[in-house]
Write a protein that binds this ligand. Structure first.
Ligand code: ADP
Length: 397
């Protein structure tokens, strides 16, 4: 069975065509900077990467470029769309409606749409991706794999907010957590890679992409994570504020004469690295700015790193120790200098980095701590696509 896996984020779209029997990737790539300018990376297994600068104002346009590339006469992986047997989609928020993956029927799509307000930056992008695929491949079964599922093991003390209990009772206002497919995959792979017994392990995963979250995985189960009811809580992200004093909302609303919707737009789309730097939400642009002496870009990087370090520290407390810290996703996998900055807060735990390996490691598995470090630190590229492929096959077979 050939499964096309679509991981449609706010500014990027990763795709892989995977043969489920061999679990081999037939072709893969990503569309980057959607809505900014646009770049398609396409790679058929065994061939070189092709990079094309293409205008991608929308996700639908991006998916069309992907399907064209997959069917390309010379470098395509398939002859026509009939060779795609199923599509697996990453879906960010399943609320309490979805505690596991599900086939995407019109009813399910409606239910996902009802969760849009809980994930205003991502669920609409996921739905645009699903609908574009349905238009382009109307007879192919599609499955949604939810980011919230892995964190359902959190204990009550971690998922309840200090709010009137009736809000949980009536509206299910609680911490859900996101990036679950990634935290699940990376924590399992970390244990495997380091030779730890997953049933007796304390692993912290730092998923640092455009969206970013940290999770505490005790004995293979998520016991806490930095995102909450929505993906807005926790770390400073590309355009999201992460944790703030809730009173700031009223303060800014009054000062700037903004409605609650407008304040939410500021927190979701105009804050984080974008808001702090005033330049870009893209970490590469911030690094370039900082190296040219832009103080706000430099400050944005410091704030980002400090927040990640504080979360990692709090999860060491939550688990009463830590065996390994794993970095993953676009920023976590690629920026050694930032990983070093974050881990420099943990001298007190006996963390020692191998700077040479750390700075050289980009998007590959590696132990980046020194041999005598008391805590292992590693880079484990996430593979949400493979995890989604397995879930998809299980449901459509
Ligand atoms: P999402 O899926 O949430 O859109 P990604 O995991 O693709 O996010 O990560 C996107 C982020 O990773 C962007 O800030 C981007 O600048 C950063 N990134 C990707 N590759 C690199 C790199 N080689 N160096 C620095 N930052 C990178």
């Amino acid at each position: 069975m050939n499964v096309l896996v679509i991981n449609c984020g706010s500014s990027s779209l990763k795709y892989q065509l995977i043969n489920s029997e061999s679990e081999k990737v037939l072709a893969k790539g990503l569309c980057e900077r959607i809505g900014i300018d646009g770049r398609l990376v396409y790679q058929k297994a065994g061939l070189d990467k092709e990079i094309s600068e293409l205008a991608m104002p929308t996700h639908k346009q991006a998916i069309q470029f992907v399907l064209d590339a997959l069917q390309n006469e010379k470098t395509g992986a398939i002859k026509d769309l009939s060779e795609i047997d199923a599509v697996g989609h990453r879906v960010v928020h399943g609320g309490e409606k979805f505690s596991s993956s599900t086939v995407l029927t019109p009813e399910v799509l409606k239910a996902i749409e009802e969760c849009n307000d809980l994930a205003p930056l991502h669920n609409p992008a996921n739905l645009i991706g699903i609908n574009a695929c349905k238009e382009l491949m109307p007879n192919v079964p599609m499955v949604g794999v939810f980011d919230t599922a892995f964190h359902q093991t959190m204990p009550e003390k971690a998922y309840l907010y200090g709010l009137p209990y009736e809000y949980y009772d009536k509206y299910k206002v609680r911490r859900y957590g996101f990036h679950g497919t990634s935290h699940s995959f990376v924590s399992k792979r970390t244990a495997e890679y380091l030779g730890l017994d997953i049933n007796n392990s304390k692993i912290i995963v730092a998923h640092l992409g455009n969206g970013a979250s940290v999770s505490a995985v005790l004995n293979g189960k998520s016991i806490d994570t930095s995102m909450g009811l929505t993906p807005l809580e926790g770390l400073v992200m590309g355009t999201r504020s992460g944790d703030i004093d809730p009173a700031i909302m009223e303060f800014i609303a009054k000062k700037e004469n903004l409605s609650i919707d407008e304040v939410m737009t500021v927190l979701n789309k105009k804050s984080g690295l974008q808001g702090l730097s005033g330049k870009s939400s893209d970490f590469r642009d911030l690094r370039a700015g900082a190296s040219e002496g832009d103080k706000r870009c430099a400050a944005a990087i410091e704030v980002f790193a400090y927040r990640v370090a504080k979360y990692i520290g709090s999860y060491v407390t939550a688990m009463n120790g830590v065996d390994a810290v794993a970095f993953t996703a676009g920023i976590g996998e690629n920026v050694g200098k930032l990983r070093g900055k974050i881990m420099s807060y943990f001298d007190y735990l006996g963390v020692k980095m191998n700077d040479e390996v750390n700075f050289a490691t980009m998007a590959e598995e590696a132990v980046i701590s020194a041999d005598d470090s008391k805590v292992k630190v590693c880079v484990i590229p996430t593979n949400e696509e493979l995890a989604i492929c397995r879930e998809t096959v299980a449901l459509v077979k």
